[in-house]
Design a protein around this ligand. Sequence first.
Ligand code: FES
Length: 158
Amino acid sequence: MSLFETKVREALANPLNQGELEDADAVGTVGSPECGDMLRMWLKFTEKDGKRVIDRASFQAFGCQTAIAVASMATELLRGKTADEAKHLTAQDLTGNLGPLPPMKIHCGQLVEGALRNALDQDAVAAPTDPKAGTMAPTLASSLQPKTGGTLRIVPID
Ligand code: FES
């Protein structure tokens, strides 16, 4: 087992920041066209030293173990970052202690990056001070419930 795989296993033993953030300011969802996995990320901002920074981030994933491990790391390292700083983070930046993503796992990290960017885009659209922004977002699980008589179709979100 590679060092990366060992670290993924360790992260999965205690994944951090899983679940919906009830009072989130922004939520982003992305689906991978490569594997059909999905990930949703919530962001909550706060004011610190005159800057608006990420206070908390959380995620839900229907994805592989790597995506969950990266999301766990990413939601930790996003704390204290401004939206602009977060926007410039790549999938490789978001892996934290996991180290570099192996080539076969890059799209797993990009799933996390995509959800983050989507959330930041939503945040840029919503009024930052709108207390209701993001609070009505359904959970990823509820949004995946098949509609009566319908079929589930996964559509990547830019
Ligand atoms: Fe789909 Fe990793 S295999 S996100």
